[in-house]
Write a protein that binds this ligand. Structure first.
Ligand SMILES: C[S@@+](CC[C@H](N)C(=O)[O-])C[C@H]1O[C@@H](n2cnc3c(N)ncnc32)[C@H](O)[C@@H]1O
Length: 266
C-alpha cells in the first residue's frame, strides 16, 4: 500500500498541525460538524471516517457518543490520530478504532461491517478519479445510513487565483479541475452533479448540499485590509456561525471552494 503525499511528514504536518490551527481549520471542523448532525442518527451509531487523517472531524463525534472507525493509508497521519485519541476522555477513547488501509479497500479492511455514517472529507481531491472510492463508500453504508463527502468544488476554481491577483491562472481555472492546492501538492476538484451521479449509482440518494467556508477565503486570499478576525481565535466561533448560515443558502453555498454533499442509502 502506498500512503501517497500524506505519508510525507511535511505534508501531513502542513495539514494536520498547521491548517487546523487557523480560522479556516476551526470553521471547517465546526461547520461540517453541525451539518453532519442534521443528518446522522443520534449516538451511539457506528461511523466510518475514510481517509480520516488525524481525526479532527471524527474524534469530536466520538466525544459525543458515536463509535468511530478511522481508516487511513498513511502511518504518519495515523500516528497523529493516535496522539489525539490519547488525549480523549477514557470513555470516548474506547469508542475509537484506527485502521491502516486505503479507502478503496475499506470493506475488506473493516471485515464487511456496514456503518450508519460513512465520512470522506478532503480525500477525493488527492485521487486520480473519484468513482471507485465513492462506490466503496456507498457499499459501506447500512440501509438508511448516510454518506458524507467534502471535496474541492470544480465550479469555483477561479476564485482563489483571482483573489490572489493571478489573472492568467484565474482565466485558465474556469475550465480546469486541477490546481496546486494550499498544501502545495496537486489537487483535483469535482462537481456536485458528477458526485451525485456516482452516489446514485451506488444506491445512495443525495439529500443535502452545503458550502463549508467562504468568507475566510475572501479575507485570506483577498488580503483584506482588516483581516484581524482571522488572527483572533476569540472571533472564530462568530465567524463559524456566519459561515454555517452561508453554507446552507444560495448563492453563498455555491461560491464555497469546497462542497459538502450528503446522501442517504435506500
Ligand atoms: C487532507 S487530509 C483529510 C483528513 C481528514 N479527512 C480531515 O478532514 O481532517 C487527506 C487524507 O486522505 C488520506 N488519503 C489519501 N489517499 C487515500 C486513499 N486512497 N484512501 C483513503 N485515504 C486516503 C491521506 O492519508 C490523508 O489523511
Amino acid at each position: 500500500m502506498h500512503p501517497g503525499v500524506f505519508g510525507e511528514p511535511t505534508v501531513a504536518g502542513a495539514f494536520a498541525d498547521d491548517a487546523y490551527a487557523t480560522a479556516k481549520g476551526f470553521v471547517r471542523t465546526r461547520v461540517l460538524h453541525r451539518q453532519l448532525l442534521e443528518h446522522l442518527p443520534a449516538p451511539p451509531a457506528a461511523l466510518l471516517d475514510v481517509g480520516g487523517g488525524a481525526g479532527h472531524q471524527s474524534l469530536p463525534l466520538a466525544e459525543i457518543g458515536y463509535h468511530v472507525t478511522l481508516l487511513d493509508p498513511s502511518p504518519v497521519m495515523l500516528d497523529k490520530a493516535r496522539e489525539r485519541v490519547a488525549r480523549l476522555a477514557p470513555a470516548a477513547r474506547e469508542r475509537v478504532e484506527l485502521i491502516e488501509a486505503p479507502g478503496e479497500s475499506a470493506g475488506a479492511a473493516t471485515g464487511g461491517r456496514l456503518f450508519d455514517g460513512v465520512l470522506c472529507h478532503g480525500v477525493l481531491g488527492y485521487l486520480d478519479r473519484p468513482d471507485p472510492m465513492v462506490a466503496e463508500l456507498c457499499r459501506l453504508a447500512a440501509p438508511g445510513g448516510i454518506v458524507s463527502i467534502m471535496t474541492g468544488n470544480a465550479a469555483t476554481m477561479a476564485l482563489r487565483p483571482a483573489l490572489e491577483g493571478r489573472w492568467g491562472d484565474a482565466l485558465a481555472a474556469f475550465d480546469s479541475d486541477r490546481e496546486i492546492g494550499v498544501l502545495g501538492v496537486p489537487a483535483r476538484a469535482d462537481t456536485v452533479e458528477s458526485l451525485s451521479s456516482f452516489l446514485r449509482a451506488g444506491g445512495v440518494e443525495p439529500v443535502a448540499r452545503y458550502g463549508v467556508w467562504l468568507f475566510v477565503d475572501l479575507l485570506e486570499f483577498g488580503r483584506a485590509p482588516d483581516d484581524s478576525a482571522l488572527n483572533d481565535p476569540a472571533q472564530w466561533p462568530a465567524i463559524a456561525e456566519v459561515e454555517f448560515e452561508a453554507g446552507r443558502r444560495d448563492p453563498y453555498r455555491q461560491l464555497s471552494r469546497v462542497f459538502h454533499l450528503i446522501g442517504r442509502k435506500a
